[in-house]
Design a protein around this ligand. Structure first.
Ligand code: C2O
Ligand code: CU
Ligand code: CU
Length: 532
């Protein structure tokens, strides 16, 4: 049975099971091209007229230095103007400090600094915060079972020992993560260390000016401009795609730049959409340098023309705008690709993004226009940081299969169950995992809490990945640094190494899950216990 057949069967079983009538299963290549333009359509370059939202020192996404500074974070339902000033219902983390108020603050902390915050649940349903990418005790990590009821508080206090880099935080409420994260409960958590400072000094980069966090998200809105999240059964299985692209919550954004280096800390904060990022001058892809991944800086910059970015992943890049003329325009785009799940009725829903924007369409994310004249330093450091390979000499091996059975995505045949520990590891040991994605499947961005890992190899990659797997052992550029989330394509085997060393008290129970948030909420997640 090939993949197409399998998905056909899956689709009809789903249709029977839900009473849906899905119609023909055959995908037409003309569907995506045929839909009519719509307001905020990101395919149309002329729509890009909104100044990119840049974080300031207070207000929405204000940067807040939290080194050794306790605060209270209140999750609450509010409104936020996204589409042309129209207030949309939105969920926000609010806090105030020294007379300044913040919504979804961007936390900044020095490596080694102490973080303390009390989460207050001001929603009318359970919630909890997860600090994505931080190496902290499980009780601090925001395990879904630690979700708190409306009106309750949860205290966090931990030391941030992670490398400098671009981390983030978001809701992890059991079975409500997709809805709450889509609704707004997410922001950045930036850790600074000496390597970072050295880079900033060398290229004269300033956070909020030439060093910009960019959270990329796809959303849907109703005619009143309000955010809509109503996944149907097919979207619950394949992931929810939006048709309006937001960068820092700005639809159709542009940014005025000068002829110098810019650092863009790209975060895929989407529920399910994968991006294939390229900087395009007309039809020509410009080279850019990848300098960091989920867990901070790489050993050196790597020049590429494109890279995939899956939900949960970060990609830190340098873009050299000095190669552009005054007045010239470049677009950060997502190029078309084969989502590998689009040969079925289920996939068709996904490839069309619920009717409009599928993976097989190239679209714009951010327009860059050279209007400034100030230049900057030209010498990118040839060494950025030190990456020590994990010693796998005494590693134990673990096989992890990702596949669908009985209409649910599973990890080694399991879906999430409280008190069951399908991954049971031992502190101070090293493990080598083979993540096998079934042939009849879709891409799954797999995420590990509590620990970062190193990608050792990719095998049986689909052609579009093999073409990018030029960095040894089939690895793509985003595999070259410390990772907490890795995209595994259908048929592929990704081999990784993880070191479970920690000095936390007692057994630690984290989760390992798919960061397609619809998959996560449908329990494509298992407990991962690290025994003391
Ligand atoms: Cu960013 Cu368990 O998630
Ligand atoms: Cu996480
Ligand atoms: Cu998945």
């Amino acid at each position: 049975m090939d993949r197409r057949m399998f998905l056909h069967c899956g689709a009809s079983a789903l249709a029977v099971g839900t009473g849906l009538l899905l119609g023909s299963c055959r995908r037409s290549n003309t569907i995506d091209a045929a839909f009519a333009p719509y307001p905020h359509d990101p395919v149309r370059a002329e729509n890009f007229t909104n100044p990119l939202f840049i974080p300031g020192s207070e207000g929405p996404f204000g940067v807040l230095d939290v080194t050794d500074m306790p605060l209270t974070l209140s999750a609450s339902a509010a409104t936020f103007p996204i589409l042309a000033g129209k207030a949309s219902p939105f969920l926000l983390y609010e806090t105030s400090y020294a007379g300044r108020t913040f919504q979804n603050p961007i936390f900044k902390i020095k490596r080694g600094g102490r973080f303390a915050a009390t989460l207050h649940n001001g929603l009318n349903e359970p919630t909890i915060i997860h600090w994505h990418g931080l190496h902290i005790p499980a009780k601090m990590d925001g395990h879904p079972n630690d979700s708190i009821e409306a009106g309750k508080n949860y205290p966090y206090a931990f030391t941030v020992n992670n490398r400098g880099g671009t981390y983030w935080y978001h809701t992890h409420a059991e079975h409500l993560t997709a809805k709450q994260a889509y609704g707004g409960l997410a922001s950045f958590f930036i850790v600074e260390d000496d390597d970072d400072l050295r880079l900033s000094r060398a290229l004269d980069l300033k956070l909020g000016e030439t060093d910009l966090p960019l959270v990329i998200q796809d959303k849907r809105f109703n005619a009143a401009g309000e955010l809509v999240y109503q996944p149907d059964p097919v979207e619950k299985m394949m992931g929810h795609l939006g048709d309006i692209m937001l960068v820092n919550l700005t639809p159709n954004a542009f940014l005025e730049i000068g002829p110098r280096f810019y650092r863009f800390r790209c975060l895929n904060g989407s529920n399910a959409r994968i991006y294939r990022l390229a900087f395009m001058r007309g039809k020509q892809p410009l080279a850019y340098q990848v300098i960091g991944t989920d867990g901070g800086l790489l050993d050196r910059p790597y020049s590429v023309k494109e890279a995939f970015l899956a939900p949960g992943e970060r990609l830190d890049v340098l873009f050299d705008a000095s190669q552009l003329r005054q007045g010239e325009t470049v677009f950060l785009k997502s190029l078309a690709f084969d989502s590998m799940d689009d040969e079925s009725a289920m996939g068709m829903a996904r490839s069309n993004g619920g009717g409009r924007l599928g993976d097989s369409v190239e679209f714009n994310l951010l327009k860059l226009v050279v209007t400034k004249t100030a230049q900057g330093p030209r010498d990118v450091p040839t060494r950025l940081s030190e990456l020590k390979p994990i010693d796998i000499g005494n590693a134990t091996e673990r096989q992890v299969r990702l596949e669908m059975a009985h209409m649910r995505w599973r990890i080694n045949d399991e879906t999430f169950r409280r008190g069951v520990f399908p991954i049971d590891a031992q502190r101070n040991t090293v493990e080598v995992w083979d993540l096998h994605n079934a042939k009849q499947s879709m891409p799954h961005p797999m995420h590990m809490h509590g620990f970062h890992f190193q990608v050792l190899s990719r095998k049986n990659s689909p052609a579009q990945i093999r073409a990018l797997g030029v960095h040894g052992s089939g690895r793509v550029v985003s595999d070259l640094g410390w990772k907490d989330t890795v995209l595994v394509w259908p048929g592929e085997t990704v081999r990784l190494a993880v070191d479970f060393s920690n000095d936390f008290d007692g057994d630690q129970t984290y989760v390992f899950h798919c960061h397609n948030l619809e998959h996560e909420d449908a329990d494509m997640m298992v407990n991962m216990r690290v025994r003391a």
